[in-house]
Design a protein around this ligand. Structure first.
Ligand SMILES: C[S@@+](CC[C@H](N)C(=O)[O-])C[C@H]1O[C@@H](n2cnc3c(N)ncnc32)[C@H](O)[C@@H]1O
Length: 254
């Protein structure tokens, strides 16, 4: 079993400053986050929790789009410091705390209308994903929504490692490499990149965890990809990934 939490804290404490941004920079700022944020609408007057909020890129956007109160939780102290600094520079009332997504005891039952987790679960094992989703179900109001994005579980097995996005899974192993941790990189349009990680889980793993956490309604699923708009914007950046399933965005309700 990987010591995923220490590895994650170490990675993000060392790279927090590289994540800070006020406009879309990395590949998934174009191919994933805009769609996830759109799925979160309407946000008016909602109590929202952004789990694995990082330096607050999506958290700030959830607030800007009208949420009544947004909380951001991240396991990395440096990511939370970077988020708080931006809140200090431009206060919008977001509350950021260091915390682990598998234990949300600081929040009461049925406190939130919406829980969002943008690329959090690729840092959690199957057991941790189960714990986290059970906690999310506890803190969501009846009819509350849970929206999350993950790397498409098939993506790493469909492409050799390379620019502008990969996870280095080495060969096949969609089923046999469950719960193993793989390094990856995702590029920004300026030519720099971010180091990321993947604890591989199959689609079945994700949906078993949701069901065990008692999310029993039909999910909304979007398989996120490079579109013609991306190609028109920057063909050399996006075209190596054309026609590949990059990420999944999933919405379930309690
Ligand atoms: C890929 S980054 C995404 C950050 C942010 N959601 C965004 O979209 O910019 C993943 C984040 O999840 C956080 N994370 C990983 N494991 C966590 C855990 N167990 N509890 C809370 N945060 C965690 C990392 O520290 C990191 O900031």
């Amino acid at each position: 079993m990987v010591n995923s939490k220490n590895s994650t804290i170490n990675l993000y404490n060392h790279t927090a400053s590289e994540w800070v941004r006020r406009q879309p920079l990395s590949l998934s700022d174009f191919t994933a986050r805009p769609i996830v944020l759109e799925m979160c609408e309407p946000l008016n007057q909602l109590q929202v929790l952004d789990l694995g909020c990082g330096e607050g890129y999506c958290t700030r956007e959830l607030s800007r789009r009208g949420a009544a109160q947004v909380y951001g939780i991240d396991v990395s102290q440096k990511m939370i410091e970077a988020a708080r600094l931006q809140e200090l520079e431009n206060p919008v009332g977001i509350k950021y705390e260091v915390g682990c997504a598998t234990n949300l005891q600081q929040f009461g039952d049925e406190e939130f209308d919406l829980v969002v987790a943008v690329f959090l679960f690729n840092y959690l094992t199957i057991a941790q994903t189960q714990e986290c989703m059970t906690e999310i179900a506890r803190i969501l109001r009846p009819d509350g929504r849970f929206i999350f994005s993950i790397p498409h579980p098939c993506f790493p097995y469909m492409r050799e490692p390379g620019y502008p996005f990969y996870f280095q899974v080495e060969g096949t192993g969609y089923f046999s490499k469950r719960d193993q941790l793989f390094p990856g990189q995702i590029w920004k349009r300026d030519g720099s990149w971010l180091n990321v990680q993947l604890i591989h889980k199959t689609l079945e793993d994700y949906f078993n965890c949701l069901r065990m956490a008692s999310f029993n309604t039909m999910p909304i699923i979007k398989e996120l990809r490079v579109t013609s708009e991306h190609i028109a914007l920057d063909e050399s950046f996006f075209s190596p990934l054309l026609d590949l399933p990059l990420h999944l965005a999933i919405q379930v309700s309690k």
